[in-house]
Design a protein around this ligand. Structure first.
Ligand code: IMP
Length: 442
């Protein structure tokens, strides 16, 4: 079988975009399976710099097909704007970008509800990206959602009126229903024309590709600790960012997935509210934020920063079946004298290596630290593991030992080239296929 998942092992922003971009030449197609334009992937190569929100970063490789799976919620205008931006930068999407007819439409109505709710929640707000993600998934699960394929339904008009009436009522939207219906009807005219080349049954497409032996890379957005089931609920996103959903959110069988690459940042960040046991509230956090340029790609918000949490990382390894770790932003720690790492939690006096599900318990956790020496040397841009200072190599080995998976890639800078690929680690490298591997023409 030929599927590999790339996902985040923390609260998102681990640098998945770069890893997907790096390994995508070994795959025929890159598939997103959840979330929407709340995601933000930054990819840099040479002097070029791209920020992607809906479209997988594989689009930057001219021979790679890209798919937005049925598990996603798609804001049509955001999708079209992204295509226009890519085309204006010389990246062509024609004939290699596909969107599931089963994916749900994310409408401006959902954005308005998301923002109004957050404003009303005061101190209890989630800190969403204000993109309407939660309300769009609510409509889907309440069976009042509109799907992309509905745009071509013979009864589109009937669906529009009935579904939007239910959505406005159930979501408690402070909008005028007749105006929302009229606006959506008129925008749908444009969407029908412009989206036609992209919308299809991606379930059939992906299964045909699998039957033909094509290799698929599933690109998750957000991170394990933001997963609606497995994350720090309720401070999570509204979809499943974990590996299991790669199958459901794209329509391929779970048996198609042979490997899971977990992307882990060498420290921890989080945007939005919610528990964060290793958070730094002092100047050390500020230093990491500056040096790591920790500001959101989608919203520009400063990210909360903290030390590496190996309890969370081990949990992510287990929940997802991570077979290989891609460690990112190691160079951001270059100037730190001593690096505290959280190796266990203390909860009400009891030491545990499990992540509690209860939000109050999560807020009470005290980290058990192990302090390791920093390396105090420049590692930016290194491409050989052996060239890393001994203390940096020990840091990597500590992660491997405590998390329980090999670190097969280490990112030492934002560019494609600034990466250590550790070959010779056996099967784990196959699932994090090195970029030099060749593949057949499609
Ligand atoms: P939503 O996905 O916009 O509903 O936001 C829910 C939570 O997920 C908030 O804490 C957001 O900051 C967080 N979130 C959503 N997308 C991302 C992402 O791509 N990176 C990091 N955090 C995200």
């Amino acid at each position: 079988m030929t599927g590999t998942v790339v996902l985040g092992m923390q609260w998102g922003d681990e640098g998945k975009g770069k890893i997907v971009d790096l390994i995508s030449p070994s795959f025929d197609a890159v598939v997103r399976y959840q979330g929407g334009h709340n995601a933000g992937h930054t990819v840099r190569f040479g002097d070029r710099h791209f920020a992607l929100h809906l479209i997988p970063s594989g689009i930057l490789r001219p021979d790679t097909r890209c798919v937005l799976g049925n598990g996603m919620v798609v804001h049509p205008q955001a999708f079209l704007d992204e295509i226009d931006r890519l085309e204006s930068l010389g990246v062509s999407t024609g004939g290699r970008l596909f969107v599931s007819e089963r994916a749900h439409l994310l409408l401006d109505l959902h954005v308005a509800v998301d923002i109004a709710r957050e404003n009303a929640m005061g101190d209890f707000k989630i800190g969403t990206t204000s993109r309407g993600i939660g309300p769009a998934y609510e409509a889907k699960v309440a069976r009042s959602g509109l799907r992309l394929g509905d745009l071509w339904s013979a009864d589109f008009e009937g669906l529009l009126e009935e579904r939007l009436a239910r959505q406005v009522r159930d979501l408690g939207a402070a909008v005028d229903l007749a105006t929302v219906v009229a606006e959506t009807r008129s925008r749908a005219e444009v969407w029908r024309t412009r989206l036609r080349p992209y919308v299809c049954s991606t379930t059939e497409l992906l299964n045909d590709w699998l039957d033909a032996g094509r290799r698929l890379l599933f690109e998750s957005a957000q991170g394990t600790l933001l997963d609606v089931d497995h994350g720090t609920y309720p401070f999570v996103t509204s979809s499943n960012a974990t590996a299991g959903y790669a199958a459901t959110g794209s329509g391929v069988p779970p048996t198609a997935i042979e490997g899971v690459v977990g992307v882990l940042k060498a420290y921890t960040t989080r945007v939005g509210s919610g528990p964060f046991p290793t958070e730094l509230m002092d100047s050390a956090g500020e230093k990491i934020r500056k040096r790591g340029n920790e500001f959101g790609t989608t919203t520009g918000r400063p990210r909360r920063c903290g030390w590496l949490d190996l309890v969370g990382a081990r949990y992510a390894r287990r929940v997802n079946g991570v077979s290989a770790i891609a460690l990112t932003k190691l160079d951001v720690l270059d100037s730190v004298d001593e690096i505290p790492v959280c190796v266990a939690y203390r909860l009400d006096g009891v030491v545990t290596r499990d992540l509690p599900s209860d939000i109050d318990a999560l807020a009470r956790i005290e980290p058990e630290w192990e302090v390791v020496p920093g390396w105090r040397r420049d590692t930016a841009g290194l491409v050989e593991f052996a060239d890393l200072p001994a203390a940096a190599r020990s840091y990597v080995e500590l992660i491997e030992e405590r998390v329980g998976a090999p670190v097969t890639m280490i990112s030492t800078g934002p560019r494609r080239e600034e990466t250590i690929l550790r070959r010779g680690l056996g099967a784990a490298v196959t699932s994090a296929a090195p970029a030099s591997e060749t593949r057949d023409a499609f």
